[in-house]
Design a protein around this ligand. Structure first.
Ligand code: SF4
Length: 450
């Protein structure tokens, strides 16, 4: 440790005070070698905000979470939503004791000795994980607890022996929720049920009006920290290297969008079951595959290979759509025309997929494959619509489960009154008008038939 380095870290903290989280994270990731800055998230709203910030700015953070094995199901679902929404992987770091059995008659470890339980399930796995980093990012805020009140933007973490970065240290809870709303950041649905601070399920309860947000953690005990952010934290230099370079004012707040292979786009077909999405997608593939790869993401195939195990609740349907959107985006970024053929019943989720694509510079074309239920029932050889209309099938989209038609689709095709070729031509015309298809690029109906 040298006095000069200690002063540098303190000065860096002062320079970063008042900067936006994106600026802070940009400065930190620029100051350390690639792969040496980790971000441990527990999926609180603050952590979700930092995931959003890092993803938008495309910062090279190694994002991970300590899976104690006792998290809420909603937390695991949020984990999936964040990965799908931002197209990143949040690494699971498992607690060694997560699956340890509890002897008959014995109190579970979180009741018998919660400090020891946190030490084993959280602190030790985190310590082992942090050994691979020079700096770790946390989502703590100064106004959360007395222990956190003195947090600097960057500081030396005495407990774990590396630089600790707290980009939200100066934020209030209101700042966090303002960002969540402004950027539609996914957060836990448990917040709507009165859970303010969410940790492991056995140790977290909702809070009442006027209660401290962390009053629901380890309720009835003095314990309010799991030990990850306990003081003392003293300013000390990172050892042995690297020394952070205090250049926050020259650090960009974000990196420019990636450049993508030319020609890729997403053609998102949405509509009721039997409306003709799969048929349209195959004909579109034949029409478009003259100068670019065309890949179809068909709803039925996706549910077999990509979304096996998902059911038909709104949450599962949304997850399925987000996965399709994620893969479509990857394909389009690499020059393919990604044609999706899935019911995708909820407008909000479709809009979310569109936003992510457009954020990445991927053109997104929403096609409403429209046909009334009566027409679909009339041509339904499997008799599913008849059963659903008779009340024999639950969760049948458009009859016993919601379908939200697009309010402003890019293209509408009416498959109850148009031929497939007419619908395809309508879509191709739109692609030409958008500059996504040059005249003569697509195969005509005659060429497709020959
Ligand atoms: S929060 Fe509870 S269950 Fe989770 S590690 Fe701590 S004591 Fe154990």
């Amino acid at each position: 440790m040298s006095a000069r380095t200690r002063e540098e870290l303190a000065r860096w903290a002062r320079d970063l005070e008042g900067k936006e989280p994106a600026e802070i994270l940009s400065a930190v990731t620029a100051a350390f070698p690639p792969g040496r800055v980790g971000f441990a998230t527990g999926f609180g709203p603050e952590g979700c905000v930092l995931v959003d910030v890092a993803a938008r700015a495309r910062l090279p953070l190694d994002v991970f979470t300590i899976d104690t094995g006792t998290l809420f199901p909603e937390t695991y679902a949020l984990w999936n939503r964040l990965e799908a929404r931002y197209g990143l992987s949040i690494r699971r770091v498992a607690s060694a004791t997560a699956d340890a059995p509890v002897a008959d008659g014995a109190a579970p470890p979180w009741e018998a000795d919660p400090d020891r339980c946190c030490e084993l399930r959280k602190v030790l796995p985190l310590r082992a994980e942090l050994a691979r980093f020079d700096a770790w990012v946390t989502a703590i805020r100064r106004d959360q607890t007395a222990d956190r009140a003195g947090a600097a933007i960057v500081e030396w973490d005495e407990r774990f022996g590396l630089v600790k970065v707290n980009p939200l240290a100066a934020w209030s809870s209101a700042d966090v929720w303002r960002h969540v709303r402004a950027h539609e950041v996914p957060t836990s649905p448990l917040h709507d049920q009165g859970y303010a601070s969410i940790g492991c399920a056995p140790c977290t309860t909702p809070v009442g009006a006027g209660e401290d947000p962390r009053a629901g953690r380890w309720r009835g005990r003095a314990k309010k920290e799991c030990g990850l952010h306990a003081r003392p934290v003293a300013l000390r230099p990172p050892t042995p290297t690297p020394t952070p370079t205090p250049t926050p004012t020259s650090t960009p707040t974000s990196t420019p969008p990636r450049s993508f292979a030319r020609g890729g786009f997403i053609l998102w077909l949405t509509g009721l079951s039997g409306a003709g999405k799969s048929t349209l997608s195959r004909v579109l593939q034949a029409a478009l595959a003259t100068e670019r790869p065309v890949e179809i993401l068909d709803g039925d195939e996706v549910r077999t290979y990509l979304s096996a195990g998902l059911g038909f609740s709104k949450e599962d349907r949304d997850t399925n759509v987000r996965r399709i959107g994620f893969v479509a985006r990857l394909l389009a970024r690499n020059g393919a025309a990604a044609v999706t053929a899935a019911i995708s019943p909820y407008a909000e989720t479709r809009n979310e997929v569109r936003s992510l694509a457009e954020r990445d510079g991927v053109p997104f074309v929403e096609v409403f494959v429209s046909a009334p239920v009566a027409a679909l029932a009339a041509r339904d050889v499997k008799g599913l619509y008849r059963k659903a209309l008779a009340g024999e099938l639950t969760r049948f989209t458009g009859v016993s489960d919601p379908y939200e038609p697009p309010e402003r689709p890019d293209v509408v095709v009416r498959t109850d009154v148009e031929t497939i070729d007419e619908s395809v031509e309508t879509i191709l015309e739109h692609l030409r008008a958008r500059g996504l298809l040059r005249p003569g690029d697509a195969r005509t109906a005659e060429e497709r038939a020959s």
